[in-house]
Design a protein around this ligand. Structure first.
Ligand SMILES: N[C@@H](CCC(=O)N[C@@H](CS)C(=O)NCC(=O)O)C(=O)O
Length: 233
């Protein structure tokens, strides 16, 4: 049965959530058929009959599963006959560490840097909600995000990706010879950033570019549905 993926959309259908991209990669890796159900921020509380606060959320054979990591573990267990997302317990723990690194160090830096851009791109019905919720979350008005020295922040953000550079200069994927969920976490982050920000997070000579190109070549639907704001991958 087709899985339904509730995912975040900005104006013009721009899909821009790192966590939703991670789930798309996971579904594609497993070869599972899925239907996208885009939502605005303010549409989230109404999905699946109510009660949801965030996306991604999937409906899989009558089960509603929320949270990208929980979804990845659900897909691994419920579709165990399909290619493994983690490649066993060690791979699961490695992916968990990569995910935690992104959510604690890298995403926070990125969110602060990109919030002003996302604000320009949210759907009209989301503008007030987005402005007020981000001001409350970060303790500063939205105008301060847009006025921030973006170049300096991007330099800091680029440096947070150094551990990936160390690994990926010597091997094709974070997970080794083939991609697994750790790679999808990192690529999901970059797809989100690339859709939301006009600023390149990967410079043209970044050693991560060949890996990112390999990630984009894996699943045509992901490459097709993602929005590119740079003159690169
Ligand atoms: N831990 C969650 C985080 C999901 C998350 O932060 N989703 C954001 C979109 S990127 C969201 O739905 N935000 C709703 C809001 O800010 O109102 C996961 O891994 O799925």
């Amino acid at each position: 049965m087709t899985i339904v993926l509730h995912e975040l959309a900005l104006e013009r259908g721009i899909l821009s959530s790192p966590f939703c991209w991670m789930v798309r990669f996971a579904l594609a890796h497993k070869g599972l058929d899925y239907q996208s159900a885009p939502t605005s921020f303010t549409g989230i509380p109404a999905i699946c009959g109510g009660g949801q606060k965030m996306v991604p959320v999937i409906e899989d054979g009558g089960r509603v599963v929320a949270d990208s990591w929980v979804i990845a573990e659900h897909l691994e267990a419920a579709h165990a006959d399909r290619p493994s997302l983690f490649g066993g317990a060690l791979g699961r723990n490695y992916a968990r560490f990569v995910f935690a690194t992104f959510t604690t160090h890298i995403l926070r830096e990125a969110v602060i840097t990109v919030t002003g851009e996302v604000y320009k791109k949210v759907q009209p019905e989301d503008r007030d909600y987005y402005r007020d919720s981000r001001a409350q979350r970060f303790g500063m008005p939205i105008e301060e995000f847009t006025a921030a020295p973006v170049a300096e922040r991007i330099a800091v953000l680029r440096a947070t990706l150094d551990p990936l550079r160390t690994v990926l200069k010597d091997q094709p994927f974070l997970s080794g010879a083939a991609p697994l969920y750790a790679d999808y976490v990192a690529a999901g982050f970059l797809l989100w950033w690339r859709a939301a920000s006009p600023e390149r997070v990967l410079e043209k000579d970044d050693v991560l570019i060949p890996w990112f190109e390999r990630m984009l070549a894996l699943y045509p639907r992901i490459a097709k549905d993602s929005t590119r704001t740079w003159d690169g991958p």
